[in-house]
Design a protein around this ligand. Sequence first.
Ligand code: AMP
Ligand code: ZN
Length: 119
Amino acid sequence: MAGEPQADCLFCKIVSGEVPATVVRETPTTLAFRDINPQAPTHVLVIPKVHYPDAATLAGAEPGVAADLLREAAEVAAMDKIDASGFRIVFNTGAGAGQTVFHTHAHVLGGRGLQWPPG
Ligand code: AMP
Ligand code: ZN
């Protein structure tokens, strides 16, 4: 069924607690944890607890949860005090764009100068 946990999904395993993560925030619908390979002083992943492969698919199926994800990304930025200096919310979508985990996740990046356009 849409949104159900997938046995072979790393981030579903983090939601269930089967795989450990450095969790920094949790809500009824979302989880935020530090990226294992940080690309900036703040690099946090915000994920929905439900499984959808990418952000657009989540937004189509459960728009309220997609909104929760964006709200939580801002909360993470405030928590790490990068909201004033500026931060980036990235949803890599598709292997060609660098997506490697096919469970929706927002990268929240900040704490250093961020180039535009990104590589
Ligand atoms: P993406 O390439 O956009 O799919 O992002 C996947 C992200 O997940 C990468 O930045 C990885 O460093 C990160 N990642 C992979 N495994 C873990 C893990 N066990 N805990 C935290 N972050 C992870
Ligand atoms: Zn999943």
